[in-house]
Unconditional design. Structure first.
Length: 165
């Protein structure tokens, strides 16, 4: 089976990768059938031979995961849909799934009654607003008490006490 994969070249800590086609059993650094491009991860530079890559994909070469990600990023191939896998469901599991579906339908049928509860909840904040109004009424009473305190300071008896000091 043919593989399109990355072969590392370059210096220490300055790797550059080549995209090569080779037999999957052979060493990726040894003999390869064709050089398809280069990838420099430091500069994010990708040089590809698009027509040759498409040719090898049509012939049946399988890209590695990393190469596939690079090809998808460059727009050469489309991403695979990983959710499309078929799942085998046992009879017991199917019974449980059916029961859950019935519960959801029952909850959906009860949904209109929850709307009535939501309306009741909306009425509760209105009551809270009515409790705020008496607080505002209490504020003028406090002001009246302050006025009374001021008038008591003006009493002549307090003036006499101040004169003694």
């Amino acid at each position: 089976m043919l593989k399109i994969r990355l072969a590392r070249v370059g210096k220490k800590k300055k790797a550059i990768y080549r995209l090569v086609v080779s037999e999957h059993t052979k060493d990726m650094y040894g003999n390869h059938l064709e050089l398809l491009g280069q990838y420099n991860p430091h500069t994010k530079e990708i040089i590809l031979k698009n027509d040759r890559i498409e040719h090898w994909l049509k012939v049946g070469a399988q890209p590695s995961e990393t190469v596939e990600n690079l090809l998808v990023k460059e727009g050469i191939i489309k991403a695979k849909d990983t959710k499309a896998k078929a799942v085998r469901i046992t009879k017991k599991r199917q019974v449980k799934l059916n029961a859950k579906d019935e519960e959801k339908k029952a909850k959906d049928a009860e949904a209109p009654s929850t709307d009535a509860q939501d309306e009741k909840k909306e009425e509760v904040p209105a009551k809270e607003e009515s409790t705020e109004a008496p607080v505002e009424e209490k504020a003028p009473e406090v002001e009246e008490k302050k006025e009374e305190a001021e008038t008591t300071e003006e009493d002549p008896s307090t003036d006499a006490q101040n004169d003694k000091k």
